[in-house]
Design a protein around this ligand. Structure first.
Ligand code: SF4
Length: 63
């Protein structure tokens, strides 16, 4: 699984970094970014939750 953040869309609410801190982290630009290019299996569920809960739909998941 791969997770990507569209920084142009992200509003920096930090929700994804709370829901799935193993994958998402806030960058110096105040926007979230995926800190791992290949999401470990035990984080797939949390990564999907983060993508579903992002208020602006900035996270895309590639299974
Ligand atoms: S939940 Fe969405 S808007 Fe909020 S920091 Fe993460 S990617 Fe950005």
């Amino acid at each position: 699984m791969k997770a990507m953040v569209d920084k142009d869309t992200c509003i920096g609410c930090e929700l994804c970094t709370s829901v799935c801190p193993g994958v998402f982290s806030m960058g110096e630009d105040g926007k979230s970014e995926a800190i791992t290019s290949d999401v470990p299996a035990d984080m797939h569920s949390d990564a999907r939750d983060a993508a579903e809960q992002c208020p602006v739909g900035a996270i895309s998941i590639e299974e």
